[in-house]
Design a protein around this ligand. Sequence first.
Ligand code: PLP
Length: 394
Amino acid sequence: MIFLDAAATTPVRREAIEAMWPLLTSQFGNPSSHYGLGEEAARALEEARERVAAVLGCLPGEIVFTAGGTEADNLAVKGIALARRAEDPRRTRVLVSAVEHPAVAESAHYLARVHGFAVDTVPVDADGRVAPAAFAALLGPDVALASVMYANNEIGTVQPIAELAAAARTAGVPFHTDAVQAAGWLPLDVAALGVDALSISGHKLGAPKGVGVLFLRSRIHAEPLVHGGGQEHGARSGTENVAFSAALAAALRLAEAERPQAHGRVAALREDFIAAVLARVPEARLTGHRSERLPSVASFVFPGTSGESVLLELERASVLCSSGSACAAGSDEPSPVLLACGIAPEVAQTALRFSFGAGIAAEDLDAAVEKLVDALATVRGRGARGGRSSSAAA
Ligand code: PLP
């Protein structure tokens, strides 16, 4: 199997499992219990928090563990907007970019639908980048929150987050970034980025599925979404997932230590892969920004074919990748991200994303290019035969 879908998920790293194991077995206490076993669990949780905070360059108290990237995004978007409007009733607008993951986009829609916020979509250019000037023009004293993702999950485009966050700060608007795809590849120092909130997901960087982090700057309030015993400094009730939090901390720390080397190596392989695909498949078009992109993502459209059919052919040839993310929800609608980049719906349907883990091998990518060429030929041949038979039937 050649796994080229690391942006969808990654296997759990041994070090993450080793960090979890004692917390699932001998040290299984509830961190709220006031005896030794519970206190041991509470200490392990705080150690995990400190490790994550060290990577992000923030205070441990600014880290909220969640049940994944989706929950971290929901807490940031809904929680901050609701709290900010409660503090200042004029703040009734929310800004989100046109290329957000549904975890952000749908949270903003919810704010509009249920809480009467106005949602403004910040446009992107053909490469999927937000123009800082267009973003700044939408800011104002009536904005409760702005959210622009660090790097896109479909096309890998990296946004000018520090510049956008600085503009938001000047306007007094809290700024959140979804760093789920950026984590492990790009710097996460929240002071340098200047963001007020930042989301991470464990399973994109070698921790289990179902654990995430929201960095929430101490002066920024977020209305909790989950009420109960007041865990996570009141931001997120529920008995803490100590083991998964420790696993996330271990995986994040490793990913951060390995990042400089992994970035260089994988970016070089991505360049070779993009060059080979564009050379071997003349109609292929790269989507996303040419250089401001994640080292780990190569995404294309192949006009005249069907992304889903090519995906299935590749799977038969043991190459796993992804078509547009909308398909993940069982929909065959063209990807809103590609549409926002100005790609026609029928072309957006031909999208494929190849995404690489840090350990990706050059030989696997060479083999994947050959299999992609074969898969495209098979699907085209079938289309041509199908076209003849259907016109014969007519
Ligand atoms: N945000 C982005 C950019 C993602 O790519 C994903 C996952 O695909 C998420 C949020 C959701 O994270 P999780 O799967 O941990 O809920």
